[in-house]
Design a protein. Structure first.
Length: 309
């Protein structure tokens, strides 16, 4: 895919990638902690029959690293300007995770969006006190906060710091946790020393877990930790203002023994979304949060069916 850069009227640089020369226009926005690389397993196939645009959110990939932009409105307005000036409509717009929040905002603000696909976004669950009971808060958001508040002195490499401090270690058996952690952290450190510019790879760990993290600004995660990303935002109002057909792709969730929900949003949150969006459709997937990674074939088929019909 061809890499391009767009600069908004407010000076925000957005890196994006374009592939495909015919068919409907599909714009894809990734979730936090990764980049457009996250869609590497599906974009080449989708671009055979569609014009595909992958956008790096501010704070990720090749786009602007500026905490002043790390709000729903800041990110949403920047990407909307790119779509209006560089891509044009009508478009199908997909957002994964936090990218789904941004996609919904864009769809609520523009008639350019003819189809909206929300891939497991954390509506309502990532806001206020409720956010503290979900995986993203205790994992990426908290690690980002700790790294920025003293952790960087312990380990300058954020990728290694995240690997060593991620919440996932709590899911390992008590008897073997520390031994396994020492062994795999040592392996991660060796890999980073040998391949400092590549995505981290660790034995027994999902290869997609660290895609794009090299170019991630932990201050973006801090905005979710402090709740400032959603400042002045009314998600119910945003959802009610979406006029196009909307497909919600829902991944499964589990609740740990400590009560933390391992997933993006609970059923009660999904019910609120469904009641707000006028033209709402739902498709469930029996997999983890990254549906386009865990079930890429089913994801592509569902996406094409929704866009083409």
């Amino acid at each position: 895919m061809e890499a391009k850069t767009f600069t908004t009227s407010k000076g925000v640089n957005l890196r994006y990638y374009q592939g495909g020369t015919r068919g409907p226009k599909l714009v894809m926005i990734h979730g936090q902690g990764t980049s457009s690389e996250s869609f590497g397993g599906v974009a080449p196939i989708l671009s055979r029959g569609m014009q595909v645009y992958l956008i790096d959110c501010p704070g990720h990939g090749g786009s602007t690293k500026d905490p002043d932009v790390y709000t729903l409105v800041g990110c949403g307005d920047a990407i909307l300007e790119l779509i209006m000036k560089e891509i044009g409509g009508p478009i199908a717009l997909l957002g994964h995770s936090s990218g789904g929040l941004i996609a919904a905002y864009i769809a609520s603000k523009s008639v350019l969006c003819a189809r909206l696909i929300l891939e497991d976004p954390p509506f309502f669950s990532c806001v206020g006190e409720r956010r503290k009971g979900f995986f993203n808060y205790v994992d990426l958001s908290t690690v980002c906060h700790d790294y920025l508040n003293g952790g960087k002195e312990e380990e300058e490499d954020f990728v290694l710091y995240y690997f060593d401090h991620q919440y996932t270690w709590n899911l390992f058996p008590d008897k073997t946790r520390e031994k396994t952690k020492r062994k795999l952290t040592a392996s991660a450190r060796k890999y980073r020393a040998k391949h400092p510019y590549e995505d981290l790879q660790v034995m027994f760990w999902p290869s997609e877990a660290f895609i794009g993290m090299n170019d991630y600004d932990p201050r973006f995660g801090e905005a979710f930790y402090t709740d400032s990303f959603h400042e002045g935002v009314d998600y119910e109002e945003i959802l009610r203002n979406i006029k196009c057909r909307t497909l919600f792709m829902k991944a499964k969730i589990e609740q740990g023994e400590d009560g933390i929900i391992q997933g993006a949003l609970a059923e009660e949150d999904l019910d609120r979304v469904a009641k707000c969006v006028p033209r709402f459709e739902l498709q469930r997937f029996n997999c983890g949060h990254g549906i386009h990674i865990d079930r890429n074939g089913d994801f592509n088929r569902a996406l094409k069916k929704f866009i083409m019909k």
